[in-house]
Design a protein around this ligand. Structure first.
Ligand code: ADP
Length: 475
């Protein structure tokens, strides 16, 4: 309160106040107080100034810091802007890339769909083909057995049931089995025996089940571009063919037998006339009768050939098997042709074995037929001046007989047919009109029924060698 008053009084002139001592002291105190106050104010002011200076410094510092910060902020902003720019570009590129990829995958999807459609189409077609093949197999007239690449039975058509008198269940029980296991079903036993339990190539093997059922079995490997798929066994019913063949054979056999008696009678009658038993004949008559006799002889040969063929076909042409020395038989036989050799102006050579040969067990008559067929062919197909060599040799296992000639030879392309029934070479027909084409068929059958083999080597215009082997008899 005092201070407030004094402050009011300070503005009054100093002389007015000096009149009063107390007032002077008071004033002095006041003055001191004012001085102290001033000093205080000065100190405060100094402090303030100092603070202001300090604040200014801080402000300057802050100003600096602000500037630095601004620079930094602007740098960062720029950096951020750059980054944003790059990022945007990258996002754009990525987006484009993704769009490309989406497009590509869309294209792939479409392509895949197309492929799926194509595959579906192919699958449908394959299915149709399979159905068609199955329908063909099912309705095929022959019995069919299909073994897969592992030789396991994969398929059998319904005709198999009739062929082997087996039931559907029987067939189902052997599906997936090897051929050797098929014999578990009794009806299949003859088939398994015929193929000897293996699926190797079989060509037209006959399976005689009864008078009323004869089957022909063939097997064939089925392959594709990728290799073997399996083996197809076909079973063809040949009962009718066999019956007709048998009837034909029977007819030929009966006809030949029936013809043999009158033809033999003619032969002996002619012989008697020619020998003058019935009185003298003149030269012209002899000439005619001689020709008739020779024609009759050919007819007898033909009938004998036919009878031999029918016997072969009936499987009954080996009768009397006896132990003999084949060399003796051949040697005697060659001798009977010496006259014919002379007539045809051919040289004959007989080559005997170097050492004694073991005996063979043969039907002598039939074996003679083989040797004479070969010698007669050599004579027929070798022009005058040629040479024929017959040789007998062999070892402990086989006796080997060869007939070699220097004749017309066999045409290369006709070689595979030489042993077939009724076959005659075109060059042979030109050279020798007479002939039945049965001689070699008969010879081959006889040799093979004896367990032997017959073959030939020939060169057209140079000659032929026929060779056959007969196995030595085992004790
Ligand atoms: P054919 O002699 O009656 O014609 P084959 O069965 O004996 O009948 O002989 C069949 C065929 O083999 C003959 O027609 C002939 O073409 C040929 N052939 C057989 N032997 C000889 C041979 N030595 N030289 C040439 N060809 C032969």
């Amino acid at each position: 309160m005092i201070q407030n008053n004094s402050s009011d009084n300070n503005n009054q002139p100093l002389a007015k106040r000096l009149g009063n001592e107390g007032r002077i002291n008071e004033l002095a105190d006041l003055k001191d107080q004012v001085a102290a106050r001033d000093a205080e104010l000065i100190r405060i002011k100094r402090e303030r100034d100092f603070e202001i200076q300090e604040l200014n410094e801080i402000k300057a510092q802050l100003e600096d810091a602000k500037n630095v910060l601004e620079v930094r902020v602007s740098a960062k902003t720029k950096e951020l802007r750059d980054l944003t720019g790059n990022l945007e570009k990258e996002i754009e590129a990525r987006t484009r890339e993704l769009q490309e990829k989406v497009k590509e995958s869309e294209q792939s999807r479409v392509a895949l769909m197309n492929m799926l459609e194509d595959m579906e189409d192919l699958r449908r077609r394959a299915e149709e083909e399979k159905e068609k093949t199955l329908a063909i197999i099912t309705n095929f007239a022959d019995g069919l057995l299909f073994f897969d690449s592992n030789d396991d039975l994969a398929l059998a058509n319904p005709q198999i049931e009739t062929c082997f008198a087996v039931s559907k269940e029987d067939i189902l029980s052997v599906i997936g089995k090897k051929i050797s296991e098929l014999e578990k079903v009794a009806g299949f036993k003859p088939l398994v025996e015929l193929v000897a339990g293996s699926l190797k190539k079989i060509s037209r093997k006959e399976l005689f089940l009864s008078e009323k059922l004869v089957l022909e079995v063939s097997s064939l490997e089925v392959s594709s571009r990728h290799g073997k798929i399996g083996t197809l066994v076909t079973i063809h019913d040949i009962t009718r063919e066999k019956t007709v063949e048998r009837m034909k054979t029977e007819f030929v056999s009966i006809a030949a037998h029936q013809l043999r008696t009158p033809i033999s009678a003619i032969k002996w009658t002619l012989r008697m006339i020619l020998d003058g038993d019935l009185g003298p004949i003149n030269e012209e008559q002899r000439d005619f009768l001689d020709k008739t006799y020779k024609s009759n002889e050919r007819m007898i040969n033909l009938i004998n050939d036919l009878l031999n063929v029918t016997r072969i076909e009936e499987g009954r042409h080996l009768y009397n098997l006896i132990l003999v020395n084949l060399e003796d038989i051949v040697s005697a036989l060659v001798g009977t042709y010496s006259e014919l050799f002379k007539q045809k102006r051919l040289t004959l050579e007989f080559e005997k074995p170097k050492k004694a040969l073991p005996q063979v067990k043969i039907d002598v008559e039939k074996m003679r037929l083989v040797v004479s067929n070969l010698i007669e062919n050599a004579i027929k197909y070798t022009p005058a001046g040629g040479k024929i060599s017959v040789s007998v040799g062999g070892d402990d296992a086989n006796i080997k007989i060869s007939v070699r000639d220097t004749g017309m030879g066999i045409l290369k392309d006709q070689e595979p047919r030489i042993f077939t029934k009724y076959f005659r070479g075109s060059n042979a027909i030109r050279m020798e009109t007479e002939g039945t084409g049965l001689g070699l068929f008969i010879a081959k059958n006889i040799v093979e029924t004896h367990g032997g083999k017959i073959d030939f080597v020939s060169r057209e215009g140079e000659g032929t060698i026929f060779t056959f082997l007969v196995p030595v008899a085992k004790n």
